[in-house]
Each structure stands twice: as structure tokens, then as C-alpha cells.
Ligand binder design. Structure first.
Ligand SMILES: Nc1nc2c(ncn2[C@@H]2O[C@H](COP(=O)(O)OP(=O)(O)OP(=O)(O)O)[C@@H](O)[C@H]2O)c(=O)[nH]1
Ligand SMILES: [Mg+2]
Length: 389
């Protein structure tokens, strides 16, 4: 073993000497500062660093090679080589130690696999950039990850998109795909005779406001005779809210609280072209009150029972609500508050799965302007983000 000692005024210079004389594989065995008196060591030239180094010693070299020093990754690799001393803890047997490491690796593996599944969705590996862009836009528009993955997988199969790099063109294709899946119903048609329509749904979704919009449009623009009924007897303010609209638009209004009163009120309004029935918001969890509603509406012999849902509702809650209100005999959907929704993707599962067609859309508080008949293309464009509310 060739052990040699080098001295220089600084550590850097001493190590440079070691490297020059013994090469980059030399092992530094010891370093020390040679001090004279405390006063003398501040005098330039009197301070000395001594490095003892050797070749062919089985200890990791403390001299970073030039390659290792060049990049952070290489430096890290060189460093971790020096420190990769995974050992069993004191008292731990080798098999127990190996088992522990295996457990940690398995855990890490399942974490990474889960992360890949979440970020890629089904069938999205190696996705062309344009489809990846559309995928992330769908997620931004509140489309559920799995559903977005399914839609992208379907687009990927489409040969007409093979060389398309413009996300707008891909979205336009998606709109055509979706619009065929969305069921819409035409707006209320009074040409065939008188209609009785009720609006039901959870609290605060916009039932009363939507009734006012419909009533004002049919009365003021189409010159139809419109009558209102409210079964909202739980809160005086709710009755007053509808009465205010009735007075402004100059419409007859009835307040009912029992099935019998409902039958009588509908009869009193028999000369009307359209009777609109407002109901109190009900929690989808309240089965008793949904049954009450069913009995009341049966007495009214309603032609249309619109389920009013707010677009600012989570997909799962929309599906649950539609299912619960089906008990009351719902026939079509009205989607409100499009203007408040960040994206429209959350309504897509409902619109694809629900048997009820979408009939009206509302997008603001203004009576009577902020309402329009549902249009499948517009809804699809809103969902994929090609159109804002
Ligand atoms: N931004 C926005 N607000 C709306 C829309 N429709 C209704 N609103 C507002 O939503 C709030 C509740 O509206 P209502 O019509 O009272 O709701 P409701 O379903 O009758 O409520 P309950 O009778 O309490 O169940 C009001 O402030 C309305 O102005 C809409 O399309 N967009
Ligand atoms: Mg109301």
C-alpha cells in the first residue's frame, strides 16, 4: 500500500496534489491542519493542511471524480454509492430485514400503479398530444375522469381524427358524438290544447323563478292565458314570491294545500291555455314528502312534471335526486344556473343515463329572459367547453 502525505496552504490545493500524484482513485485516509501558535496561523503562508492518502485501499474515495462532479445527477449517484449501506437494524435477522424491504417495495409499487391509473385513465397510455389536451380540458370542465377516459378512447378509435392536431376539431367531433346521446324534448307546445305543468325538485334550484320566466314568456310573447297554482304552503314567503310575479304579469293564482284543493283549483283554471304548478323544494332524502307530492300531482292530472335541477350540483347528487323524484312521476328535466357552473361536465352522466329528456335551460336570474329551450348541440358544446354558458 502506497501511503503518502501532502501539504498545502488550503484543503483544495492539498487534494489537487493528491489527485495529481495518486490519481482520482486515491483514498484520503486522514486530514489535519498544522497550526503553529494561534497568532501565527493568520499569517499568510504559515497555515498548512496535511492530507494523508493512499492507493489500493478498500475504503470509498473521498475525492469526487471529475465525471461525478459534472452533473447533479451524477454527483447524487456517486454520493449514494458511497452511502448505500442498507443494513438490518440491531437485533434484526437477515430474513426479517429482507421481508421488511420487500414490503416497502410492494407498497411503493402499488402506489405508483395507482398513480398511473389515476393520471392516465383507461387506455390512455401513449396518448397523442392533441387527445391529451382534450382529455385535460374535459377534466377541467368537470367531466369525471373515467368518463373522460372513455370518451377519449372512443375518439382514438376514430380514423377521421388520425392526423388532426387541432383540439377544436377534435372537440367538434366529440360534440357530434355526444349530441346523439343527449335526449332533449321540445318546449311546451300549447297548439294541441290546454296543458298542466308542474315543477318539482330540491330546494333553491330555481323552480319559482323558472315558473315566472315560463309564465311571462307564454303570457307576454305568445299571448296565452296562463294560470298559476302554488302548493308551497310551508313558507309564507314562498307563496308571496309567486304572488308577486302573478301580480306583475297579471295572472290568476291559486294557493292549495290538500289534494282536494288541488283538484278544485285546476278546475277553476280550466279556461287557461297553460296552468303552471309551483311546489315547495323537497330534499331527495325525504320520501314521505315526495309521496305527498305524487298524490297532489295526481289530483292535478299534470301533463308535464318537470324535475328542476341546478347545474351547480355534483354528478352523484344529480343522479340520486333524479332517481328519488322519479317517484313523483317526473316527465322531463329543466337545468338551471348554467351561468354559475364552472363547467358542465358533471351533468353529462345524468343526461346520458337518465330516461328523462332535457326540456329547458336557464342561465341567469332575469325574468323572463334567462331561459331557453334545450338544444342538444348547445349542451354538448357547453360540456366540452366549446361554448361558455
Ligand atoms: N344564477 C342563477 N340564479 C338563478 C337561476 N334560477 C334561479 N336563480 C336564483 O336562485 C335562487 C332561488 O330561486 P327560487 O326560484 O326561489 O328557487 P326555488 O327552487 O323555487 O326554491 P324553493 O322554493 O325554496 O325550493 C334565487 O335567488 C333565484 O334568483 C339561474 O338560472 N341562474
Ligand atoms: Mg320556490
Amino acid at each position: 500500500m502506497d501511503v503518502r502525505t501532502f501539504r498545502a496552504p488550503t484543503m483544495q490545493e492539498a487534494l489537487a496534489l493528491v489527485r495529481r500524484e495518486l490519481g482520482p482513485d486515491a483514498a484520503v485516509l486522514h486530514t489535519r491542519e498544522l497550526r503553529g501558535s494561534p497568532w501565527l496561523r493568520w499569517i499568510p503562508g504559515l497555515r498548512q493542511i496535511e492530507v494523508t492518502a493512499a492507493l489500493n485501499v478498500n475504503v470509498p474515495s473521498r475525492l469526487a471524480t471529475r465525471e461525478a462532479a459534472r452533473t447533479p445527477a451524477a454527483a447524487y449517484a456517486a454520493q449514494s454509492q458511497q452511502h448505500s449501506s442498507l443494513r438490518p437494524a440491531a437485533g434484526q435477522t437477515r430474513p426479517a430485514f429482507e421481508q421488511q424491504i420487500k414490503g416497502q417495495l410492494d407498497e411503493l409499487h402499488s402506489l405508483v400503479a395507482d398513480l398511473c391509473r389515476r393520471t392516465q385513465g383507461p387506455g390512455l397510455a401513449g396518448l397523442p398530444e392533441v387527445l391529451f389536451r382534450v382529455y385535460t380540458d374535459l377534466i377541467d370542465a368537470e367531466v369525471d375522469q373515467l368518463l373522460a377516459g372513455e370518451l377519449i378512447a372512443a375518439l382514438r378509435q376514430d380514423p377521421t381524427l388520425a392526423n388532426v392536431a387541432d383540439p377544436v376539431l377534435v372537440k367538434a367531433r366529440l360534440v357530434r358524438m355526444l349530441e346523439h346521446e343527449l335526449r332533449v324534448a321540445p318546449p311546451l307546445d300549447l297548439s294541441q290544447g290546454r296543458r298542466v305543468a308542474a315543477l318539482v325538485g330540491p330546494t333553491g334550484v330555481g323552480k319559482t323563478t323558472t315558473i315566472a320566466k315560463l309564465a311571462a314568456n307564454f303570457r307576454l310573447q305568445q299571448r296565452k292565458r296562463v294560470g298559476l297554482i302554488t302548493v308551497d304552503t310551508y313558507r309564507i314567503a314562498a307563496v308571496e314570491q309567486l304572488r308577486t310575479y302573478a301580480e306583475i304579469i297579471e295572472l290568476p293564482m291559486e294557493v292549495v294545500s290538500t289534494p282536494r284543493e288541488m283538484r278544485q283549483a285546476v278546475q277553476r283554471l280550466s279556461a287557461m291555455d297553460l296552468v303552471l304548478i309551483d311546489t315547495a323544494g323537497r330534499s331527495p332524502k325525504d320520501e314521505v314528502r315526495i309521496q305527498e307530492l305524487k298524490t297532489l300531482l295526481a289530483e292535478a292530472a299534470a301533463d308535464d312534471v318537470f324535475l328542476v335541477l341546478s347545474a351547480v350540483t355534483h354528478a352523484a347528487a344529480l343522479a340520486r335526486t333524479a332517481e328519488r323524484f322519479a317517484e313523483a312521476g317526473t316527465t322531463a328535466l329543466i337545468l338551471t344556473k348554467l351561468d354559475e357552473a364552472a363547467g358542465m361536465g358533471q351533468v353529462l352522466p345524468l343526461l346520458r343515463a337518465c330516461k328523462l329528456p332535457l326540456c329547458y335551460l336557464t342561465d341567469g336570474q332575469n325574468v323572463p329572459d334567462d331561459i331557453a329551450p334545450a338544444d342538444a348541440r348547445r349542451v354538448a358544446r357547453l360540456i366540452v367547453g366549446l361554448e361558455q354558458r
